[in-house]
Ligand binder design. Structure first.
Ligand code: FPP
Length: 251
């Protein structure tokens, strides 16, 4: 049988993929293990999707690693997730460099424990000149929190006469989001069968295609990613236009 990757059209690879990595807890429970076992095994899936994106030339990959709501989880789970981040960042720096991957973070990073913050800042700094794939980790991220911040920051500029109210447009809003340096998301994947956005990139997903996989995150592999991308490539993105207009643009 032909390798699934060979069915991917090179000229239609999504530029920016965002993933809600869901199902770690359920995966662990099915195995009779504590929830944190699922998170630990989720790291393998993270590596797989990064590698897969690299192989087919995706430029931006954004992973929902920790939401503003996740702070409300049991203390031990939060602690394990934070330790996992530190150890993964330490372990993966070499691989990021070797594969020309630039690390980026979005969210209320100041709320993260100092250890995570230090490690994160170091890896971001060391990989800042890499050009193949931009890997963004959403950490202590919530889209509503992000939008509140945008409104506060733009309002301050209005009060200080740096921006006029009439000048506020989509571009100015984009430039004040945590994602100011990233393009819009083309393709959003959520694993584990849940069909929700859960406060993830509400503004940035405006025209994204959505894909919901029943696979639990720790089981997600490159092949699952490629299957999702093939599904994406068979869709028609109309951005509010009609089919005939899109066909004209593509002519
Ligand atoms: C959701 O599953 C997953 C998370 C809240 C954390 C994701 C973290 C990782 C995959 C590990 C570390 C990440 C990096 C970037 C190194 P869940 O716990 O909500 O699962 P459930 O819905 O089955 O309970």
């Amino acid at each position: 049988m032909k390798d699934i990757k060979s069915y991917i059209a090179e000229n239609k690879v999504p530029n920016h993929i965002a993933i809600i990595m869901d199902g770690n807890g359920r995966w662990a429970k099915l195995k009779g293990k504590p929830r944190v076992f699922g998170h630990k095994n989720g790291v393998t899936a993270v590596r797989e999707v990064i590698e897969g994106c690299g192989e087919i030339g995706v430029n931006y990959l954004t992973l929902y690693a920790f939401s503003t709501e996740n702070w409300n989880r049991p203390a031990l789970e939060v602690k394990t997730l934070m330790s996992l981040l530190v150890s993964s960042l330490k372990k993966e720096l070499k691989t990021l460099q070797k594969n020309n991957i630039k690390l980026n973070a979005i969210g209320n990073i100041n709320l993260l424990p100092e250890k995570v913050n230090i490690e994160l800042t170091e890896v971001i700094e060391k990989t800042k000149n890499n050009t193949a794939l931009t890997l963004t980790l959403a950490l202590s991220y919530g889209s509503r929190d992000e939008i509140v911040n945008v409104i506060r920051n733009i309002s301050k500029k209005v009060v200080n006469n740096q921006i006029k109210i009439e000048e506020i447009n989509e571009n100015i809003i984009n430039n004040h989001l945590y994602t100011f340096s990233l393009p819009d998301v083309d393709f959003m994947i959520r694993t584990s069968g849940e069909k929700r956005i859960s406060n993830f990139l509400l503004w940035q997903l405006a025209y994204a295609e959505m894909y919901f996989s029943d696979t639990l995150w720790p089981d997600f592999r490159k092949e699952n990613l490629f299957e999702a991308i093939i599904d994406y490539q068979n869709r028609e993105r109309r951005f509010g236009k009609i089919s005939e207009q899109i066909e004209k643009i593509n002519e």
